[in-house]
Design a protein around this ligand. Structure first.
Ligand code: NCD
Ligand code: ZN
Length: 336
């Protein structure tokens, strides 16, 4: 039996830069129609020139003309309406990181003082630029996302015309927010649908499963699975595939990030066929995102089949999720 996915989209993707970009970009570009590209480079993407130059490097590395990189800027509360008007056509969203909360986020926002944020957020509302947020406080690691709920509420209430995307949600509290505020949306990763904290730290420590936000409890995963499998219209797939070199993962001070890009479609197919259906996978992985972001996407047909695929142990010097293991589905053909 062949399974067809049309124009898949990855609404949260880290492609990095330089040599690593060249390794990882084609892995997403060949099988996806587009992706929201994260701006947390060193230094982050904060100017129009950097954005345009990075977009070109992404396109050059992608080697697939039917892949659309949807670029993002790294949020700064100093962005003026004049600056945003000039950059608007080059971006699909602006990504807000709380300062120091995850990889390369040191230049992010400290404190969430509405007086400090309001000029930029009002300008984004008026210009219709979505705000994507890494929603974690600096509290106890398991509670960070739940604690951030009050900030999501404050932003949703004060900026009712701003589209706010809760990135990579991991808790039942975040799922509950979706139906409380019209302007809140969410991305969900593959790994948070698959694992809980037990998989990361319940036995021998698994550095390749360590990411921010950390995987949570079984009941949180159940809540994520419920909205994903029914393809709630306000949720979309965002892999948060976040490659780091092997020596930065298998180390003291292990970097946060799970590298899933090469196997996302195969594993999502398996998960949805076992727990939901192909129609809902199509919505979760493409249609919902097209509606939420209001984007047209390049046509691409990905055909998968039930055939074992042994996940390579490495791509360059990056170890993927389930390295060396056998998974059930393979990509058979991609038609552009
Ligand atoms: C991401 C990275 O490595 O850039 N890491 C992660 O654990 N998810 C950043 C992020 O999205 O938090
Ligand atoms: Zn991310």
């Amino acid at each position: 039996m062949s399974i067809v996915i049309n124009s898949p989209l990855d609404m949260h993707l880290h492609l990095r830069d330089d040599d690593m970009l060249k390794v990882v970009a084609p892995l997403s570009a060949t099988s996806f129609s587009g992706a929201i590209i994260m701006p947390n480079l060193i230094p982050p993407i904060t100017t129009k020139n950097k954005l345009i130059a990075y977009r070109k490097r992404v396109i050059d590395a992608s080697k697939d003309s039917s892949f659309n990189p949807y670029m993002t800027l790294f949020f700064k509360p100093t962005y003026s309406k004049e600056f945003l008007s000039k950059v608007k056509d080059e971006i699909s969203a602006i990504k807000l990181y709380p300062a120091g909360i995850t990889t390369n986020s040191e230049g992010g926002v400290s404190g969430f003082d509405i007086k400090e944020l309001k000029n930029t957020l009002n300008a984004m509302s008026e210009l219709n630029i979505p705000l994507a947020i890494h929603g974690e406080t600096n509290g106890f690691v398991m509670d960070r996302e739940a604690e951030f709920a009050s900030i999501y509420e404050m932003l949703a209430l004060n900026f009712p015309n701003l589209k706010i995307i809760m990135e990579h949600i991991t808790t039942k509290e975040s799922v509950a927010l979706l139906d409380r505020f019209d302007n809140l949306y969410a991305t969900i990763t593959l790994h948070h649908l698959l694992i809980t904290l037990d998989d990361v730290a319940g036995g021998m420590l698994q550095p390749h499963l360590f990411c921010k936000p950390i995987a949570k409890r079984p009941e949180d995963r159940a809540s994520l699975r419920e909205v994903a499998f029914k393809a709630h219209p306000k949720v979309m797939f965002g892999s948060d595939s976040a490659p780091h070199p092997q020596d930065k993962k298998e180390a003291s001070f292990c970097s946060a990030g799970v590298f899933t890009a090469p196997i996302t479609l195969q594993l999502l197919t398996e998960l949805f066929l076992e727990n939901s259906n192909l129609d809902n996978l199509q919505k979760f992985i493409s249609t919902n995102a097209q509606n939420i972001y209001n984007i047209e996407v390049p046509k691409k047909e990905v055909i998968l089949e039930e055939r074992d695929f042994i996940v390579p142990t490495k791509y360059g010097d990056i170890v993927p999720l389930y390295a060396g293991e056998k998974i059930k589905y393979s990509i058979k053909e991609i038609i552009c």
